[in-house]
Design a protein around this ligand. Sequence first.
Ligand SMILES: [Zn+2]
Length: 67
Amino acid sequence: MMSSVPSGDKKSKLLVYSVEECPVCGQKTKRAFAVGDYVTKDGAKCTKCGNQTRVALVYAEGTKPSG
Ligand SMILES: [Zn+2]
């Protein structure tokens, strides 16, 4: 028997990350996305050299239940 219902029963969970990059030393810090984040937004102070970082990348990763 064929079912026409698409297999969208289990939603794959997406985790969104922001990557802050320091324009001075290139240090990259990956952290959990916060509402209001966008590319080029000011980030936290660089943990290496203390300069202002910028959000260089916002992306989502799918979680895999196993392996
Ligand atoms: Zn730096």
